[in-house]
Design a protein around this ligand. Structure first.
Ligand SMILES: NC(=O)C1=CN([C@@H]2O[C@H](COP(=O)(O)OP(=O)(O)OC[C@H]3O[C@@H](n4cnc5c(N)ncnc54)[C@H](OP(=O)(O)O)[C@@H]3O)[C@@H](O)[C@H]2O)C=CC1
Ligand SMILES: O=C(CO)COP(=O)(O)O
Ligand SMILES: [Zn+2]
Length: 347
């Protein structure tokens, strides 16, 4: 019998200074036992410390661990330190949330996601993107039991982090095209509702591009809600397919090739321009929307060498070969990649 399991967060809290209510939220969620807080070097000071203060003032026994990258080594380190704890809270960007999410899954304990940026759509999703020698692997994990998104912290972060989240959502456009193609050519599992939610979220963010402004809590709130909704689409699908296609393969390939990668969402945004052009779609509309949101639209704005863009385009099909996309099994030739990048103004 075919059984499908879909997990969603039980509670989502979005608001100004909501991070200071973490302890009470954990009490309301009936969290019992010791809690460990995972954060990064910057995000400990930005949010981790407030989370710990709030938990301690609500009587919790708390410890913390800092991680620097989203690798299996970091996941192992968190697992080692979290034995005997009943909940992991990830306070940070995508890297921290993915590591905390996967470690909690492996230990069989609960997880709360406390994003300090609106930079990626893994905030509420049940998947973790882990960096490895293949570039990146999307691993099944669990959804958070709760999301605590402090709009004061998120809107105070550098604006590029928020525009990166917007671009990560815009990339749903080409992700869905690839998913539909894989359904037609490979009979891949496809969910109409996940695809519709993912596409609607991308359309809404493009329609609202004008109102996404730096340091405005209302903008942060809108982007976070969209990121959560994109994460829900991922939950329904049970895979990142509604939010990750060949434009993401391009970004993961860039992470491998370039010495100084740009933000995940920004790379995916530029990938979306390129892949939309490959589909013969309205790439100019994608480009204009990204510009309006303040996201990069070319190699120069990404701070990446033009040659690295071509390398990533020609290597992208080798990332996650099992995931069928318009890049097919052979990918782009160097000359085709160059033509595409020149045509779209990416180089
Ligand atoms: N699981 C999923 O479904 C998804 C996962 N991802 C993954 O997420 C990652 C990308 O996330 P992203 O957030 O861009 O990258 P990072 O987590 O690497 O964060 C980028 C930088 O921003 C810093 N930072 C975070 N919050 C703030 C803040 N409020 N103010 C100032 N600096 C801050 C971080 O500090 P610090 O050093 O403290 O961490 C880090 O240096 C990728 O690994 C990607 O693959 C993306 C989409 C979906
Ligand atoms: O980045 C993601 C969705 O935005 C997750 O996708 P991946 O499966 O490509 O890591
Ligand atoms: Zn992404």
């Amino acid at each position: 019998m075919f059984i499908k399991k879909i997990q969603f967060p039980r509670e989502v809290h979005i608001g100004s200074n909501i991070i200071d209510s973490t302890g009470q939220i954990c009490r309301d969620l009936r969290v019992d036992g010791k809690i460990i807080v995972v954060s990064g070097k910057n995000t400990y000071k930005i949010g981790g410390k407030s989370v710990i203060d709030s938990l301690e003032s609500n009587g919790y026994d708390v410890d913390r661990i800092q991680i620097n990258d989203a690798t299996l080594n970091s996941v192992k380190a968190v697992e080692e330190k979290s034995k005997g704890f009943s909940l992991i809270i990830g306070v940070g960007g995508g890297k921290v949330i993915d590591v905390a999410k996967l470690a909690s899954t492996n230990l069989g304990i609960d997880f709360i996601s406390a994003p300090t940026t609106g930079s990626h759509d893994g905030i509420a999703s049940p998947l973790a993107s882990i960096k490895d020698s293949n570039g990146s692997t999307s691993l099944k994990a669990q959804s958070p039991i709760g999301v605590i998104a402090d709009t004061n912290i998120i809107s105070s972060a550098p604006f590029e982090l928020l525009s990166s989240g917007c671009a990560d959502i815009v990339s749903n456009y080409t992700a869905i095209k690839d998913w539909q193609l894989a359904k037609r050519l490979q009979n891949d599992n496809y969910s109409e509702s996940a695809a519709a939610l993912s596409l609607m979220t991308a359309k809404l963010i493009i329609q609202s591009a004008d109102s996404i402004k730096p340091h405005l809590e209302e903008s942060a709130r809108m982007v976070v809600k969209s990121l959560i909704s994109s994460g829900v689409a991922i939950s329904i699908a049970g895979s990142s397919r509604p939010a990750s296609g060949s434009e993401h393969k391009f970004s993961h390939a860039l992470d491998k090739t370039t010495s100084k990668p740009a933000l995940h969402g920004h790379q995916c945004g530029v990938g979306t321009i390129l892949i939309m052009a490959l589909y013969g779609g309205n790439w100019q509309c994608i480009k204009n929307a990204l510009k309006t949101m303040g996201a990069p639209v070319n190699a120069h704005e990404l701070g990446i060498d033009e040659e690295d863009i071509i390398d990533a385009l020609t290597n992208a099909h080798n990332i996650r070969k099992e995931r069928y996309t318009i890049l097919g099994d052979r990918g782009l030739s160097r000359s085709a990649a160059k033509n595409l990048a020149v045509k779209t103004g990416v180089i």
